[in-house]
Design a protein around this ligand. Structure first.
Ligand code: UDP
Length: 453
């Protein structure tokens, strides 16, 4: 019998492609054949994945399916959900049909929990399936409880909170969750919220029926969430352990000059500032952040993607780049995991995307939390309230995080040794989970045995 063939389907977005790429490389290295299915749009933008695939020979294959979206469609809320439950499901079914006609087989579909259609196609075709959750584990019981939230009058049928309130509906030591921080309440953008909520509800049905529900987290990071939902199996943190050289799966070319720049700085002296792949600033807040970094008087490495602000051109404050030339480095996309493991990094000013969160945690870095949307507010609660390895910002009455507030929080975080000590202990716990014999390591081995069976 040939090696089992696994089809892996990420949601077409950076924070979803990266961890599933890592999982896929793990599976391929353990003797499974993996076909990684991207949308054509993502496929064309993958920068380093080809090199990785070449190193793995025919164990790892990249293929793509159309999502049917034009560039204009991509920024229209709801279009991606339509594609996921429309053309992408159909094309995936065709792809599996083609694989079968070519005399091969698909023994399992591993799909991001955001691509429920892939799980549904697998079910229809009698293929075993696993859902992959790239967020904190706590998100799953939260989204599974949507019918109850509606019944209890906490949200309406479109996910809108009936009133702003702190809810302790999750037991034990999980902090109360404010309804405005529910992951579908996209920063008050009702249109985005409506579509995201509908997608989550639809995906939930497919996810619940999957044979496995694995998650990029660890028992030691979220013990209460796993106690609450024992069906979720943690296999993380999945880090770039398996990527050879550069990180496979980046959608932007990494600017590695920042590593040399970091080499020139003393230990624990640099603020690393990055907001993931999607956060978009308004011009005023962007400038205030720049001035806050300047005011902090510390060296900083700042990732400014070309599409970081909501006006056509990135606009720094007058004279900013000249003034910070000797202590600030700005790049379009950083090799983030390498940056976070660099001894010069003192703290991580982050939007608290789950990948960034666990990457910071796994490197023992403390955080300044600047969440923006979806699950990032809940992740901030973990960082600030549960693990106590970071601090949040308080916006002023205009909703702006001011330069003075930035300077103040940098000083508060770095002036208190306890943050660093707790971050270092948390790193130890998280890394123990993925070491040979650790809980996530063992879970992953169990999952691989099931895939091979
Ligand atoms: N990332 C990176 N370089 C950058 C910024 C981000 O490699 O300059 C990676 C980061 O390491 C993480 C991912 O992009 O793995 C972002 O995922 P996350 O869940 O943090 O945020 P999202 O982009 O989904 O909002």
């Amino acid at each position: 019998m040939g090696k089992p063939h696994i089809l892996v389907v990420p949601l077409p977005a950076q924070g979803h492609v990266l961890p599933l790429m890592e999982l896929s490389l793990c599976l391929a290295k353990q003797g499974l054949r993996v076909t990684f299915v991207n949308s054509e749009f993502i496929h064309e933008r993958l920068v380093n994945a080809l090199m990785e695939r070449d190193n793995l020979g025919d164990q790892f294959r990249l293929v793509s399916i159309p999502d049917g979206l034009t560039d204009a469609d991509r920024i229209i809320p709801g279009k991606l959900s339509e594609a996921i439950w429309g053309i992408m499901g159909e094309k995936l079914e065709e792809l599996i049909g083609m694989i079968k006609r070519a005399g091969d087989d698909v023994s399992c579909v591993v799909a991001d929990r955001g691509v429920g259609s892939a799980l549904e196609v697998a079910a229809k075709m009698g293929i075993r399936r696993a859902a992959f959750c790239p967020t904190a584990a706590i998100i799953t019981p939260l989204v599974f409880s949507i019918p109850k939230l509606i019944n209890d009058g906490i949200i309406d049928n479109e996910g809108t909170p009936i009133k702003g309130q702190e809810i302790q509906f999750l037991p034990t030591n999980i902090p109360a969750i404010n309804t405005k921080d529910f992951p579908w309440v996209w920063n008050g953008n009702l249109t985005m919220q409506k579509h995201l909520f509908k997608l989550i509800v639809r995906n939930n049905e497919a996810v619940k029926k999957a044979d496995w529900l694995i998650c990029n987290s660890a028992y030691d990071l979220e013990p209460s969430a796993f106690a609450l939902a024992p069906e979720i199996i943690p296999v993380g943190p999945l880090l770039a352990r398996n990527r050879l050289g550069n990180s496979a799966g980046s959608l932007w070319p990494e600017d590695s000059t920042c590593l040399k720049w970091l080499d020139q700085h003393p230990p624990c002296s640099v603020i690393y500032v990055a907001f993931g792949s999607m956060t978009i600033f308004n011009e005023k807040q962007f400038k205030e952040l720049a001035l806050g970094l300047e005011l902090s008087n510390m060296p900083f490495l700042w990732v400014v993607r070309p599409n970081s602000i909501d006006c056509t051109k990135v606009a720094y404050p007058e004279g900013f780049q000249d003034r910070i030339a000797y202590r600030g480095k700005i790049v379009g996309w950083a090799p983030q995991q390498k940056v976070l493991s660099h001894p010069s990094v003192a703290c991580f000013l982050s939007h608290c995307g789950w990948n960034s969160t666990i990457e910071g945690v796994s490197n023992g870095v403390s955080f300044l939390c600047w969440p923006y949307s979806v699950d990032q507010f809940l992740n901030e609660r973990y960082i600030s309230d549960v693990w106590k390895v970071g601090l949040g910002f308080n916006p002023d009455e205009r909703g702006i995080i001011t330069r003075e507030e930035i300077k103040h929080k940098v000083e508060q975080l770095l002036g208190d040794e306890n943050f660093r000590i707790r971050a270092s202990n948390l790193k130890e716990s998280a890394m123990n989970c993925v070491r040979e014999g650790g809980s996530s390591y063992n879970n992953l081995q169990r999952f691989i045995q099931w895939l091979k069976a």
